[in-house]
Design a protein. Structure first.
Length: 247
């Protein structure tokens, strides 16, 4: 089983061959090759009492059992409009934690399917090499260069665990009320400027956890969202609608 990184085209081909030949060695190669990749799964988002309620839809199979479908590409036509992206290990753990799930099905853009029994997931997790998770900065850079990416679904878990640095006016450092500096990006005005570090000289920051920033946006209708910027000046926009807030 090779642990070397594969290209997207090689992953697609590997899924096709593993599905067509039903070869255990190819399946083993596939589950290892996915270890350094992001995979995608559909989300069912409903509004309940004015708040977004997110569920993970499952596929009901002919025998009445249920499967979580994991897609190798966000371009897959079977992926729902709302979806999440996560590292392969995290998706394996998700499938293991959902009680009705008996299968995890890997699908590529060509429609090839590789099923994995739930009972096999623990074994796969044991043999997967432990690679350090991508930093928030690295994931922002990756997403910023993917035109079809959905930043919030891809970054939600990392942002929720992060402290960011909101830019303030220079007067805020010495006296008076804290005043936000807003920015315009991607054709959107009135965005909170939130940085992943304090690396820019001359800037004044207020450190806030992600939920506190979201709460601030929720309470301030004039704010259109959050402009998250990393140390490479790559950025993503998390809009009010991404956060489930009224415009």
């Amino acid at each position: 089983m090779s642990a070397s990184a594969r290209t997207a085209a090689e992953i697609e081909d590997l899924v096709t061959r593993a599905a067509g030949q039903q070869d255990d060695a190819l399946v083993s190669d596939l589950v290892i090759a996915l270890n350094d990749r992001e995979v995608f799964y559909s989300l069912d988002v409903e509004e309940v009492n004015g708040q977004p309620h997110i569920k993970t839809p499952l596929l009901e199979l002919a025998d009445g059992t249920h499967a979580l479908e994991a897609f190798t590409s966000r371009a897959n036509p079977e992926l729902w409009k709302e979806y999440a992206g996560a590292p392969w290990r995290q998706v394996l753990e998700l499938a293991a934690e959902i009680p009705p799930v008996q299968w995890l099905i890997i699908k590529n853009d060509a429609g090839s399917r590789v099923p994995i029994r739930k009972s096999q997931i623990a074994v796969i997790l044991d043999v997967l090499p432990h690679t350090p998770p991508a930093t928030l900065d690295a994931r922002i850079t990756k997403i910023a260069n993917e035109p079809d990416a959905k930043p919030f679904t891809s970054l939600d878990s990392q942002l929720s665990a992060s402290h960011l640095f909101v830019r303030l006016t220079s007067e805020s450092e010495t006296s008076g009320p804290l005043t936000l500096v807003t920015s315009s990006a991607g054709g959107v005005d009135n965005l909170v400027q939130a940085y992943t570090s304090r690396s820019r000289p001359g800037y004044v920051y207020g450190e806030m956890d992600w939920q506190a920033i979201v709460d601030m946006v929720a309470k301030t209708p004039a704010l259109a969202g959050i402009h998250v910027v990393n140390d490479n000046d790559d950025w993503v926009i998390i809009s009010r609608s991404d956060l489930g807030l009224a415009n």
